[in-house]
Design a protein around this ligand. Structure first.
Ligand code: SF4
Ligand code: SF4
Length: 435
């Protein structure tokens, strides 16, 4: 007897085939940070994908799995590393969140942030000014004490996690950079992450100095948010709009490559072709940005460090951002660069590629789960005995710094480019003493 053909997918046709490739082997279980801190079936990639497929085929609604299977996934894709058919669970969950918001509407505070603030560099600049005034008047501490920060939701939690903002943003630091070290090897457009611009400007400053010291001219175009938060929160329209805005903003920037120092943000730029490539006006520009974008560590690793690195007698361990492509050359680039610093001792970190629980706004949306994942991360960090943990993502930097303050105050958290910058400065000082 012939079997009835499966009905066509009700929605999410673009990920239905990928979701159907799960063979239920369960190898993804042990790699999932959400599952290892809450071992139930729907936390696994297998469980989440099966439920999303049930929704696509009409056996349940997406809203039935919004709390739990859709909300607790970090979209980190660590499960993909263990998955033979490479089921892209993080991407499938992101698409399911978008579909759910298309069906049920977007929360208003999220809409204001994603459409009225993040795409606009001017609005971000005004926000920095406002935050600085608030800090100077002591109102930030008052807002924290009175619970106003908590009332502000995601924005308040991000402000609390980030802590006091520095006087100078990354854009401001870019005005006082040293000259490029000749001979010039090329010209870079620096992709400033809107959050790193406020939360870790010193890391971006270090990245630009390292590129200059290695013979790359650096230009710093004013950009809005890459659109990654819109993707993780589920607003597809806002995500496409931000990609098109930035692609247009980069149109007249005459450079050989675009380089950023925030792994998740750079990874998102590299998807601009898929996100906005079909736009009749700016699609080709979006594809061009995607093709010419690289992460700073990968860029330097591939092109070679030319500047002289000075010795650092430090003991470090490396926490790789989970947003690095599973099979990409970006994996291992940080280690290959750091291995070139004389006397630097590098210890392996258990579960190095597992998410730290930051994952953009995950630590706000799932605070208890995020804390459990972070605690586990610091158990592993402390076990290395390292004094410094190195990463390459602003969300990891702020999350790990928050974790260090609670679980390992003796451990310093640094961006990989800050370490290289420190090493270059040592070499420079030595040269000055010797001359
Ligand atoms: S994307 Fe991350 S959190 Fe989600 S199922 Fe995979 S490993 Fe788990
Ligand atoms: S590892 Fe991949 S194929 Fe195996 S159960 Fe997990 S998602 Fe499915």
């Amino acid at each position: 007897m012939a079997t009835a053909a499966a009905p066509p997918p009700r929605f999410l046709a673009d990920v239905y085939e990928a979701a159907s490739e799960c063979n239920k082997c369960s190898l993804c279980q042990a790699t999932c940070p959400a599952y290892v801190t809450n071992p139930v079936e729907w936390e696994t990639a297998r469980g989440r994908v099966a439920l999303i497929r049930d929704a696509i085929e009409g056996r349940l609604e997406l809203r039935d799995i919004a709390d739990g299977p859709l909300s607790t996934c970090l979209t980190c894709d660590n499960c993909v590393a263990a998955c033979a058919p490479r089921v892209p669970t993080g991407h499938i969950v992101s698409r399911a969140r978008m579909e759910l918001q298309d069906q049920e509407g977007h929360p208003w505070r999220q809409t204001v942030a994603l459409r009225a603030i993040l795409p606009h560099p001017g609005a971000m600049r005004a926000l920095h000014g406002l935050a600085r005034v608030t800090q100077r008047l002591g109102l930030f501490a008052l807002a924290r004490r009175t619970g106003l920060l908590a009332w502000l939701g995601t924005a308040g939690a991000l402000a609390a996690q980030t802590g006091p903002l520095g006087k100078r943003t990354a854009y401001r630091l870019a005005r006082d950079l040293p000259p490029v070290t000749p001979p010039v090897r090329g010209r870079i457009g620096f992709l400033t992450c809107c959050y790193a611009n406020l939360a870790s400007p010193e890391a971006s400053g270090a990245t630009m100095r390292v590129l200059l010291a290695n013979g790359y001219e650096v230009v710093v175009p004013r950009l809005g948010c890459s659109g990654l938060p819109a993707r993780t929160l589920g607003d597809r329209e806002a995500m496409v709009d931000m990609a098109l805005r930035n692609a247009n903003a980069l149109e007249d920037v005459d450079v050989d490559a675009y380089v950023g120092d925030v792994a998740s943000c750079v990874g998102h730029y590299r998807e601009y072709g898929d996100i906005a490539g079909s736009d009749p006006l700016a699609g080709q520009r979006a594809k061009d940005v995607a093709a010419r974008t690289a992460l700073a560590s990968d860029f330097l690793d591939r092109n070679g460090v030319r500047a002289t690195l000075g010795p650092l007698r430090w003991h470090v361990t490396i926490d790789e951002p989970c947003s690095l492509p599973i099979d990409g050359p970006e994996r291992g680039a940080m280690r290959r660069l750091l291995a070139q610093i004389p006397h630097l001792r590098i210890s392996d970190l258990d579960e190095a590629a597992m998410c730290c629980g930051g994952a953009g706004t995950y630590f706000v949306r799932q605070p208890e789960r995020s804390e459990a994942i972070l605690r586990r991360k610091f158990d592993n960090i402390r076990a290395t005995g390292a004094a410094v943990v190195v990463t390459e993502n602003v969300s990891c930097l702020t999350q790990l710094r928050a974790g260090a303050s609670r679980y390992a105050p003796e451990v310093r958290v640094m961006h990989v480019m800050e370490l290289l910058d420190e090493s270059l400065q040592w070499a420079e000082r030595r040269r000055a003493i010797a001359s």
